[in-house]
Design a protein around this ligand. Structure first.
Ligand SMILES: Cc1cc2nc3c(=O)[nH]c(=O)nc-3n(C[C@H](O)[C@H](O)[C@H](O)COP(=O)(O)O)c2cc1C
Length: 399
């Protein structure tokens, strides 16, 4: 067999991560589906993930599971609490019966929120600053967390992890990237604290490592924990690729089981994450708030820069991390053909996360296994991103 044939065969062979056996190497990337009306997972979310399960995905991910009510970006997101235990248990058990494992993405928005049910006057981040998402809700700013807010946040992660393991999740993915709460602490751009949680790299990593330790404590040693990081924030004064290597090494030695190497931030530079069609026109089309539309018209061009799509756009930088850590590596970003999947296996990645291609081709793993020359139909137009606020939830608008 040639290298490529080996690579593609590997994609369909089982592999394990901290004792969890996955039937192939494909994992659904966390994509907030907006199928949790009033924060409750229901039939739409079940159908969405059920279709992916039937399409052969080894593990699906419930995107953006807020660890507490104020960790939600908006009030339509679910947060981890007893009130949704029956629905989550039923959803996960149905997916298990369809042969798919389920991971939960643990997230907190920090100082970036438009949640109208926020218990506080303003969302809390590492430092006082602008809350770019809150404009339409009159929440222009975020406040700095006190030390007791930080302790409380760590407790929220702990309790959410206990709850998530108890409802049947097979793995948890802690969101350290995309400009959300933990990333805000890691980034010198957003963390201006003068105490032990700000300043040096070591101090900025303190909370993320404490969160990892709390989650590990909650789930035990033999439960898979993944980390999603942004290798670069794509803004001057923020985190960049060299920082990501040091971040990954720290997470690795602190006991993470797998690292997912994404990039960009929803808060400052989202297009690095997706590449391809610019999401600004779609956002202008779907944004309901006039104030937000005005702000997008005025400032959108600088925030939504153009990054042309090419296959495996994070490969070069993700490989540097592959070489620096011993934990499992999960590639994400522009993997959409058998040739790319084979390359990733050959380059030493253990698993592949797929986002947009599973919206256009929900049965991608089965089709890729049946067709040696498989190429996804996804055109990377990124119109799916503008469906995030759609009443039917996220979907591919092309097929
Ligand atoms: C509609 C949509 C929603 C997304 N929501 C999330 C999310 O909730 N959490 C997250 O970490 N990433 C989110 N992402 C980013 C994806 O997980 C992934 O990193 C990105 O799409 C690149 O992978 P791809 O090229 O396979 O699509 C989202 C992407 C899309 C297209």
């Amino acid at each position: 067999m040639s290298g490529t044939q080996h690579g593609i065969a590997d994609c369909f062979s089982p592999a394990s991560i901290n004792g969890l056996q996955l039937k192939n190497r494909f994992i659904k990337a966390g994509t907030f589906e907006n199928m949790t009306p009033s924060g409750v997972p229901g039939a739409a979310l079940n159908n969405f993930h059920g279709t992916l399960a039937d399409g052969g995905i080894a593990m699906t991910t419930l995107g953006y599971c807020a660890v507490e009510a104020d960790g939600r970006l908006n009030e339509g997101m679910m947060y981890m609490h007893e009130g949704i235990r029956p629905q989550l248990t039923a959803l996960i058990s149905d997916l298990h019966s369809r042969g798919t494992k389920v991971s939960g993405q643990m997230a907190h928005c920090g100082g970036f929120s438009k949640n109208s049910e926020l218990r506080r006057r303003r969302p809390l981040g590492p430092s006082f600053g602008l809350n770019g998402l809150g404009l339409s809700r009159g929440m222009l700013f975020c406040d700095a967390m006190t030390l007791s807010d930080i302790d409380e946040l760590i407790q929220h992660y702990y309790q959410a992890a206990v709850f998530m393991k108890s409802v049947g999740f097979d793995a948890l993915e802690i969101h350290f990237g995309h400009g959300y709460g933990l990333c805000q602490f890691m980034s010198p751009k957003t963390n201006k604290r003068k105490d032990n949680y700000g300043g040096s790299f070591e101090n900025r990593m303190r909370l993320p490592l404490q969160v990892l330790a709390a989650v590990r404590d909650a789930v035990g040693e033999d439960f898979p924990l993944l980390a999603k990081i942004s290798m670069t924030e794509g803004v001057r004064g923020g985190l960049h690729y060299d920082d990501a290597i040091e971040i990954s090494k720290l997470l690795d030695s602190a006991g993470i089981d797998g690292i997912i190497t994404s990039g960009g931030t929803s808060t400052m530079n989202p297009m690095i994450m997706f590449r391809g069609g610019n999401i600004l026109p779609g956002m202008l089309r779907t944004e309901k708030s006039r104030v937000m539309r005005l702000a997008l018209r005025m400032m959108g061009k600088s925030m939504f820069k153009d990054y042309p799509y090419h296959e495996l756009y994070f490969l070069k930088q993700a490989k540097r991390i592959r070489e620096a850590v011993s934990c499992k590596m999960i590639y994400v970003g522009g993997a959409s053909s058998n040739a790319s999947f084979a390359t990733l296996m050959e380059q030493g990645f253990d698993f592949i996360q797929l986002g947009r291609t599973l919206l256009s081709d929900p049965d991608l793993p089965n089709r890729a296994q049946a067709d040696a020359n498989f190429i996804s139909r996804c055109t990377h137009c990124n119109d799916c991103v503008s469906t995030i606020e759609s009443p039917q939830g996220i979907h591919c608008t092309q097929f």
